[in-house]
Design a protein around this ligand. Structure first.
Ligand SMILES: Nc1ncnc2c1ncn2[C@@H]1O[C@H](COP(=O)(O)OP(=O)(O)OP(=O)(O)O)[C@@H](O)[C@H]1O
Ligand SMILES: [Mg+2]
Length: 307
């Protein structure tokens, strides 16, 4: 395994949770345990979950809490190795060849143009070569990349190294903390999963969502924040037959709370819900399904819910 003086500066799972909270990220015990183990065992962590549940944010928060530089690789269909790992700076290589034309032998020129200074390092290579204490590498939305790209990742994920034909094998100097995220638009390759620790990131419970809303929207009163957390929680837990196509994520709760504050809302009522439904939902059918009557039903206070 590669060198790493201190794989985790956190003495315990609680210490890690507290450090994440210190930078504004609220993790539940299971998530904190997964992150703690990923750090201790120096394994990549694959986070899957619905949109807006804090997958990307976790990598950002972790880089602040450790602290380590964040390197980010956004995946998409057609992503190629040269955007992920490295490419040669052809223009500079060409200039060099012109400059030494007739003076140097072919072997010399070949050696010179493949020197490190003509290498453009992309996030994966940057992560492997990051100075102490190493970087956090976020491989975001890996399900959007294609299968050949996943296969290409295996060497990195399993051994923290990559092979570059002109240079040889590049090994990590300091094991990068590696977070992969997926929205599960397709099933990932088993070989990728086997090399990672896995965590399914669920919607937060009401208490955690309340804490997030209060932290991110300090202008919201405690009562308003509670109403937001409760209402959004109920929207998500509709029985299958009534379920919305795309339930709101944490980002939507936070946005909605900000909107309610901007509208000087003291108490959420069905009218303000339908007026602002476009913040909670981004699907026309979902907006239409949130009628005033339905909103009134969902806004009933706790006692009524339990009765
Ligand atoms: N646990 C959390 N603590 C604090 N804020 C959070 C948390 N989870 C999510 N958020 C907030 O929700 C926003 C959306 O989270 P994020 O972008 O990480 O979601 P995601 O799971 O990556 O979504 P997508 O799949 O759409 O990329 C963040 O910008 C952050 O403000
Ligand atoms: Mg994301």
């Amino acid at each position: 395994m590669t060198a790493s003086a201190d794989p985790t500066p956190f003495a315990s799972i609680d210490a890690l949770s507290a450090a994440l909270q210190g930078v504004g990220y609220y993790a539940d015990r299971r998530l904190a345990t997964a992150v703690f183990l990923a750090l201790k065992l120096q394994r990549p962590l694959l986070l899957e979950g619905e949109p807006g549940v804090g997958k990307t944010e976790l990598a950002k928060a972790l880089s602040l809490a450790l602290p380590r530089a964040l390197l980010r690789l956004q995946c998409y269909d057609g992503l190629e190795q040269r955007e992920a790992l490295y490419e040669w700076n052809y223009a500079a290589q060409l200039l060099h060849m012109r400059a030494v034309e007739g003076r140097n032998s072919l072997e010399e020129v070949e050696r010179e143009v493949y020197e490190a200074r003509y290498l453009i390092r992309r996030p994966l290579l940057q992560a492997l070569q990051a100075p102490q204490p190493g970087a956090v590498l976020l491989i975001d939305e890996v399900d959007r990349a294609d299968e050949p790209f996943e296969a290409f990742l295996l060497e990195y994920l399993g051994e923290y190294q990559v092979s570059i034909p002109e240079i040889g094998t590049v090994r990590a100097q300091f094991t990068p903390v590696t977070i992969l995220t997926s929205n599960r638009t397709r099933e990932l390759n088993d070989a990728v999963k086997r090399r990672c620790l896995y965590h399914w990131l669920d919607y937060p419970d009401r208490e955690r969502e309340l804490a997030i809303v209060q932290a991110q929207v300090p202008g919201a009163s405690a009562a308003l924040a509670r109403q937001v957390a409760q209402f959004v929680g109920r929207l998500r837990s509709q029985p299958f037959a009534n379920a919305f196509q795309r339930a709101p994520g944490i980002a939507e709760s936070v946005e909605w709370a900000k909107a309610l504050v901007a509208l000087d809302t003291l108490v959420v009522d069905p009218e303000v819900v339908t007026d602002t439904a476009g913040i909670l939902f981004k699907q026309r059918e979902d907006v239409a399904a949130l009628t005033r009557d339905f909103a009134a039903e969902l806004l009933k206070p706790e006692e009524a819910e339990e009765a």
